[in-house]
Design a protein around this ligand. Structure first.
Ligand SMILES: [Zn+2]
Length: 102
């Protein structure tokens, strides 16, 4: 698992996700309004990716895993037992996941 998702809870997620016109914006230190994203889950993934890149955590990962992480999309992923999808879903147990893995 990508380091930051494994050993560090994503604190302040509720404060960082802002509903906006039917979608979600992500508030980060570097970018005040990232998005919009169609679903809360997508916004959480974007927040994680942003934090992972900005904190330099991604640089410590193997290039192949870093590439997978950056290119991953929870709404488009088709992998049946995807490590990243499972980690994101665990972070947002209340998120609407109907659109996933239909
Ligand atoms: Zn996935």
């Amino acid at each position: 698992m990508i380091g930051i998702m494994d050993n560090r809870p994503l604190f302040e997620v509720e404060k960082r996700l802002l509903p906006r016109e039917g979608g979600w914006l992500v508030k980060t230190r570097e970018i005040p309004e990232l998005g919009p994203y169609r679903s809360r889950l997508e916004a959480i993934e974007a927040l994680y990716r942003h934090v992972t890149i900005c904190t330099g955590v991604l640089r410590k990962e193997k290039p192949e895993r870093a590439r997978q992480f950056v290119q991953h999309s929870i709404t488009e992923c088709k992998e049946p037992d995807c490590e990243l999808c499972n980690a994101l879903l665990a972070l947002a147990p209340d998120a609407n996941v109907v659109q996933l893995k239909a």
